[in-house]
Design a protein around this ligand. Sequence first.
Ligand code: ZN
Length: 224
Amino acid sequence: MIEVAENVYHIPLFPRNMVNAYIVDGFLVDAGVRSSERKLLQAIDQFGRHKIQGHVLTHAHPDHQGASAAICQALNISLWCGTNDADAMESGLFADVDVNNLIIRFQKRYWVGPPYPVQRRLQEGDRVGEFEVLDVPGHAPGHIALWRERDGVLIAGDVINNASLATTLTGVREPPAGFTTDVALNRASIKKLARLCPTIVCVGHGPVLHDADQLTALANQLPD
Ligand SMILES: [Zn+2]
């Protein structure tokens, strides 16, 4: 676990930063897959359990909410996520999805965490510590980002990926269309984040970005 910006700690959960969580102003942001519980608790203990104030999801996909219920129960903290992802988190993911899809079947079997009550449904302008909540739907209907304007730190979740999950090659790209609810809407969210000109971008998949150049380049090449 390393501090990538003031009060922002990066917790790589898979090799080569393929799946990440963060501690942001004392809030655990994302929780990997179901089996990530042990690594998360190790990092949390290193940070100091008593300093964790709550758990926030950028979005309620199985590679982000897998250990959410376990961590919230272990620490007795509440779970917050974007308004439009809260029902999915509470009802159980894939409850209404066609499980004939092989990858979804794999995720359902090995990654997805149990449903858990969402204590607070976040929307644009809400605060998580010093960070402002931004609505950035598209990859998931209730996807949110966290933004600290004073030093340009952005927690972007899966609005962009900084690695290919298939090849592990690093580089900013759109998240896979097959896992994105609304590709056009996510492109609008990429442009919204690029306009902020962040200095540090923490992503769900891939290394932390230390400038916005690749984000800007991607935004500029996307159709309107
Ligand atoms: Zn993801």
